[in-house]
Design a protein around this ligand. Structure first.
Ligand SMILES: Cc1cc2nc3c(=O)[nH]c(=O)nc-3n(C[C@H](O)[C@H](O)[C@H](O)COP(=O)(O)OP(=O)(O)OC[C@H]3O[C@@H](n4cnc5c(N)ncnc54)[C@H](O)[C@@H]3O)c2cc1C
Length: 400
């Protein structure tokens, strides 16, 4: 019996039923999918190989309205919500994680805290260009000496009456050094609280501010086309009016920001896993061994069937967390669970894809090594798997 070639569209039909997406959400997914196939996929290997930041693609995504999906129209956005954003990020990550994280980091780590905690003036100045996709934003929390433990940060901001003066170093920061990077929200220690803990405040530092120096891009294992840099601050002076929300609310703001970030990384992980699955199914149907397509061996077909079930489950977790977020309901545990499950699955999916592709999967001519290298960071950034388990366990009432 001959079957029609697998195109990957089969999963879209199933999804429509499972998640009852609106017509607008389905149309958005199709638009982003077509964009990803035509404007991103053909270049992804070269961008990865050369470490090229995909400026044109990012600008075009801005023009399509993708960078404004979660933001209200009054701030240059589209007002489509977190689920719409998750759909877009998944479709981008299905072909290229670097483009997907560029979009996800700017919207969830910079745009969202500006929307949630910023003054009207800050929103007009910084959120509007981000939402329109004319510029990118970054959030800098991690330092060489402190990542998971934000209380351990050393970057300080001194209050000089009308200005903050920032000194310190941030590590592994996404989107702070691109040609269209507009601002970085910098997490700073601004004093000591009455309970002896650090007072942490988030401060907006525009690109080009004297004393703010993004360093050369890191050489990374994956995400080669995404901009990641160390940032140094040396007597960097910004107006006190650049404080994001209340002084001392930095850690709380960061945790709230991470809820959205984790939905985004969850969607990115589902997209990467789906991309691995699509490539693997297509390969297994056309690659023959011992006179038959390898897909006709249960050892192969069952691996792919199991992967499909896990991708469906991961997508359900991501969409569930996004729907809670859109409904304005608490979703810290759900976002952590979605990111934990989906990111661990992404690593496994890339491993399975390489195994199913055999020797070809190890060649840089195939897309599989890129997926394999891009997958691992998903279990580390925006909360490592261990930290996510802590978040989930604590929400279950366990004292860990
Ligand atoms: C490509 C890339 C892009 C990034 N982009 C950004 C960005 O835009 N902005 C930003 O601020 N950061 C960014 N990061 C940093 C990232 O968020 C951190 O690397 C991550 O949060 C982990 O922090 P760490 O590297 O300091 O690891 P650590 O916190 O030192 O953790 C090391 C290990 O110890 C484990 N561990 C730590 N504490 C505990 C505990 N209590 N219980 C059990 N295990 C524990 C961790 O799970 C991990 O396995 C990026 C990183 C990379 C690689």
């Amino acid at each position: 019996m001959t079957r029609p070639p697998y195109t990957g569209d089969e999963r879209l039909q199933g999804l429509d039923v499972d998640f009852e997406l609106t017509d607008e959400q389905r149309a958005l997914r199709t638009t982003v999918r077509e964009f990803a196939e035509s404007e991103v996929a053909p270049h992804a290997a070269a961008w990865d190989r050369d470490g090229t930041f995909p400026l044109d693609a990012v600008r075009k995504l801005g023009a399509l309205g993708v960078m404004g999906l979660p933001f209200p129209e009054q701030y240059g956005g589209v007002g489509a919500g977190s689920l719409a954003m998750a759909l877009a990020i998944e479709e981008l990550a299905r072909v290229d994680s670097s483009v997907a994280i560029t979009v996800a980091a700017s919207t969830s780590l910079a745009g969202w805290p500006l929307l949630q905690f910023g003054t009207e003036e800050q929103k007009q100045r910084w959120l509007v260009p981000l939402a329109r996709g004319e510029a990118l934003g970054a959030f800098a929390s991690t330092e060489p000496g402190a990542g998971s433990d934000v209380q351990g940060i050393q970057t300080s901001a001194r209050d000089e009456g009308d200005a903050w003066v920032i000194d310190g170093t941030k590590a592994y920061i996404t989107n702070a050094g691109t040609p269209i990077s507009l601002l970085t929200i910098v997490m700073c220690a601004t004093g000591t609280r009455p309970d002896g803990r650090r007072e942490i405040t988030n401060i907006v530092v525009p690109s080009g501010t004297l004393g703010f120096m993004p360093q050369a891009p890191y050489r990374k294992m994956g995400w080669h086309a995404s901009d990641t840099r160390e940032l140094t601050f040396n007597e960097c002076r910004v107006p006190l009016a650049n404080t994001l929300g209340e002084r001392g609310a930095g850690a709380r703001q960061f945790l709230a920001t991470l809820d959205g970030g984790r939905v985004g990384v969850g969607a990115l992980s589902v997209g990467l896993a789906q991309g691995c699955l699509d490539h693997s199914v297509a390969w297994a149907r056309q690659r023959t061994a011992f006179g038959r397509p390898i897909a006709t061996y249960q050892a192969i077909a069952f691996q792919l069937a199991d992967l499909q079930v896990q991708v469906d489950a991961a997508r359900a977790l991501v969409h569930g967390a996004a729907r809670l977020r859109d409904a304005g309901k608490p979703h810290t545990r759900e976002a952590a669970a979605a990111k934990l499950f989906a990111s661990e699955l992404a690593v496994q999916a890339a491993n399975t894809a390489m195994q199913v592709h055999g020797g070809y999967g190890y060649m840089e001519d195939s897309p599989i090594p890129r997926f394999y290298r891009d997958a691992k960071i998903l279990t580390i950034g925006e909360g490592t798997s261990e930290i996510l388990r802590l978040v989930i366990a604590r929400r279950m009432g366990l004292e860990v």
